[in-house]
Design a protein around this ligand. Structure first.
Ligand code: BTN
Length: 265
């Protein structure tokens, strides 16, 4: 792939001059952090066709082969306290469902909190990372998204083959990674415009897309497993879970990992 996403963006797309394309990079999130620390502006977008050190939550690696996926990060400098941004990953997940629907012709679901899924397979993931000033104020937020575009089942490494999928496996139309990348940038810009003013709207849309709700789930915290039912997403993006004893808890994504009772979802 080349820098071919530009034809899919209008000439007056506000972030157009802030988009950089990398044939290969360690991680678009890591590069965005480096750029953030040297003063890069809000709306800086990095798009790569290959990552040598792509990573996800909990230090897991994110398989980022050349020519098969899109790896994109945006640097945001929200003018608000971090407490008002707890819904950022949820808003980005909804924006990515919109982007896939626009450019690939079907709408994926969201596995709480940050996985894009379809028919039981993970199509992509989102990693949000924050940077703070010495005085503790929020300096920047980076939202990084990886989407599997063209892989066939046999292209995935054996350890993720049972749960990974790509847009091309499900799309009714041919997949062009450049077009996907342009749609991602457009919908992230759209999200950014409404992030603070339409928080409830994002959360309601997240609830509609979230395939975890209503499911029996296992909560993994260290070596501890607890079983419950996922009821709702609260106003901070936490998962509301009812346990066997009838008590409910709001669990945040940093604390636990959630699995379906009968597999990945
Ligand atoms: C996850 O599955 O836990 C999240 C994966 C996030 C991967 C994206 S790819 C672009 C950006 N760069 C990274 O190193 N990670 C994110």
């Amino acid at each position: 792939m080349s820098q071919g996403l530009f034809p899919f963006l209008s000439k007056d797309f506000p972030w157009r001059d802030r988009i950089s394309w990398y044939d290969s990079i360690d991680s678009t999130n890591d590069e965005a952090k480096r750029l953030a620390r040297t003063g890069a502006p809000h709306g800086t977008v990095l798009v790569a066709g290959h990552q040598t050190g792509g990573h996800g939550r909990r230090g897991r690696s994110f398989h980022s082969p050349e020519g098969a996926g899109i790896y994109l990060s945006v640097l945001l400098r929200p003018q608000c306290p971090v407490q008002q941004l707890m819904h950022l990953t949820c808003a980005a997940a909804v924006a990515m469902c919109d982007a896939v629907e626009d450019s690939a012709g079907f709408r994926p679901g969201i596995k709480w909190t940050n996985d894009l899924v379809y028919r039981g397979r993970k199509l992509g993931g989102i990693l949000t990372e924050l940077g703070f000033r010495p005085d503790g104020a929020l300096d920047f937020a980076i939202v990084g998204i990886g989407i599997n575009c063209l892989q066939r089942p046999e292209d995935f490494p054996p350890e993720i083959r049972d749960m990974a999928g790509s847009l091309a496996q499900f799309s009714p139309i041919p997949i062009h990674p450049e077009k996907i990348a342009a749609a991602m940038a457009r919908h992230l810009w759209n999200m950014d415009c409404r992030l603070l003013s339409h928080k409830e709207d994002f959360l309601n849309r997240y609830r509609q897309d979230c395939v975890t709700l209503g499911q029996d789930v296992v909560l993994l915290r260290g070596d501890t497993r607890r079983y419950g039912q996922a009821l709702d997403i609260d106003s901070e993006g936490a998962l509301v879970v009812r346990f066997g004893q009838g008590n409910t808890e709001h669990v945040s994504s940093g604390e636990v990992s959630v699995r379906g009772m009968y597999g990945y979802l």
